[in-house]
Design a protein around this ligand. Structure first.
Ligand SMILES: [Zn+2]
Length: 481
């Protein structure tokens, strides 16, 4: 039985979908004004894993992830770039999809964009105004009145008086209460604008998600997810808006993934300490290393980025591929007790850290079977490993394809601390697969003519380049260290 730690109750709860056999889930997506960073990668990979696991359990999943394609930063950046907004956001949406593809993150079933849902957004704001939960201000903005929603602050565990005490003294006479938040922003001269009953303007960020999730999934759905930083104010505000607009409970299970940290600070665009997905892809031999790293901790726990953590993930993934090497996969998958353990780990609030350790245990058992020359058992266990690992999105390639990939070249920019950056040095030339095959052929020829000195010289030359040779009865195989 799947249990999910529900951010709403703070407890693990048995997952029971609203409609048996189906799951409707929504995750807050990207605001497209820059390239996605590793913090985004974690959020994308976590909810991709959740969706894949739910599907593997037989659920029919409808997954929605929005795209915020209008906001203050987008307007400012597009103006800096002297680009029309639609052209500017189209570039970063394409780049985001490229990152998805590289990381093996499937596109959502629906990817609504704020600018395409203006009628739905205007309609939910109209309802909130009519019901007395929101008010238009003389400056053309429309605000949500937080004191009208009795549960405001309950979700994030905040008290209104504490929030007011900590609130910046804003020079905004349009608001009745400094905690009121904007639903509709009246446009200033030269800004993009859509017509509304309150004059030309654009939607606030929070209302987008309420409008799009409700329009597509209905006023009450199963799972809503996002990064931990969205708990307040974004999700607190979404709950206020949606509950007040519909009198429905909105969401049954709230899930939040932890931060990616750098030097014990949150990685974020606003702190300027972020690594983009495309940068990190250049520092690993394969994107599966990033998936392994980001799923090697429980999704709610923080993860620290460092080159060492990338290398540890690489080594762990390599152990799985080395076990699979030389083993033929079976045509049908047989489940052993490993499958039960893997499922138990995943059912415990998607504990991928434990699930990955079950895959490592399978690798050890495959190695034992190989040593005992029990290739039937090795094949059966290998088939099971590849099948289970599909949910995590790792070991989905032919072992040699992974094992022979060039070692990543990392410049100082890959290192998370200044000290590590200056200590790092760039690496030398990397041998191509063809060059390696050629050297191996020369070594085989040397061995045939019993020229052991030349054979050893070639082995040492390859070893110095990080290429390890393994001589076996059926020939010589190689991998990169
Ligand atoms: Zn959202």
């Amino acid at each position: 039985m799947l249990q999910i730690l529900n951010s709403m109750s703070g407890r693990k709860e048995v997952f029971k979908p609203l409609v048996a056999g189906t799951v409707r889930m929504y995750a807050c997506g990207i605001t497209v004004y820059d390239y996605c960073h590793l913090g985004h990668a974690r959020m994308l990979i976590v909810f991709d894993m959740v969706r894949k696991y739910l599907r593997s359990q037989g659920y029919q999943v409808t997954f929605v992830r929005n795209i915020t394609d209008i906001d203050d930063k987008i307007i400012a950046r597009a103006a800096e770039n002297k680009q029309p907004i639609a052209e500017f956001t189209a570039h970063f949406i394409r780049a985001m999809w490229d990152d998805y593809a590289a990381l093996g993150v499937e596109r959502a079933d629906l990817e609504p964009r704020a600018t395409e849902y203006i009628p739905a957004i205007v309609s939910i704001i109209t309802r909130l105004v009519r019901r007395g939960y929101a008010y238009p201000a003389p400056n053309g903005d429309v605000y949500f009145a937080v004191d009208k929603f009795k549960d405001y602050g309950k979700f994030s565990g905040r008290k209104l008086e504490d929030l007011r005490a900590g609130a910046r003294v804003e020079i905004n006479e349009a608001k009745h209460d400094p905690l009121d938040f904007v639903l509709w922003k009246g446009s200033k001269e030269g800004e993009p604008a859509w017509d509304s009953p309150w004059g030309p303007g654009r939607p606030g960020w929070h209302i987008e998600c309420s409008a799009m999730s409700t329009q597509i999934l209905g006023p009450h759905f199963d799972i809503h997810g996002g990064g931990m930083d969205l708990v307040f104010p974004h999700h607190e505000n979404e709950i206020a808006q949606s509950c007040c607009a519909t009198d429905e409970p909105f969401v049954n299970y709230w899930m939040h993934n932890g931060f990616v940290r750098v030097d014990n600070e949150k990685m974020s665009k606003s702190l300027g300490n972020f690594f983009t997905i495309r940068e990190v892809l250049g520092w690993v031999r394969d994107a599966e290393v990033i998936r392994y790293l980001l799923l090697s901790s429980h999704y709610r726990a923080p993860i620290n980025y460092s080159v060492e953590s990338l290398d540890q993930a690489d080594a762990a993934l390599e152990r799985l591929y080395l076990a699979l090497r030389g083993v033929e996969l079976p045509t049908t998958v047989t489940a052993s007790s490993a499958s039960d353990k893997f499922e138990a780990a995943m059912n415990d609030d998607f504990n991928t850290a434990l699930a990955l350790s079950e895959l490592q245990q399978l690798a050890r058992e495959i190695n034992i079977a190989k040593t005992a020359k029990n290739m039937t058992l090795a094949s059966q266990l290998a088939g099971e490993m590849v099948y289970l690992a599909k949910v995590i999105g790792v070991v989905q390639q032919v072992p040699d394809v992974f094992l022979r990939k060039a070692a990543p070249k990392r410049g100082p920019e890959a290192y998370s601390t200044k000290a590590a950056r200056s200590a790092s040095h760039s690496e030398g030339k990397v041998l191509s697969d063809a060059e390696i095959d050629q050297l191996i052929a020369q070594r085989i020829a040397a061995r045939k003519s019993k020229d052991w000195k030349e054979s050893d010289r070639i082995r040492d030359e390859l070893s110095a380049q990080g290429i390890l040779l393994e001589d076996a009865a059926q020939g010589t195989s190689w991998r990169r260290r």
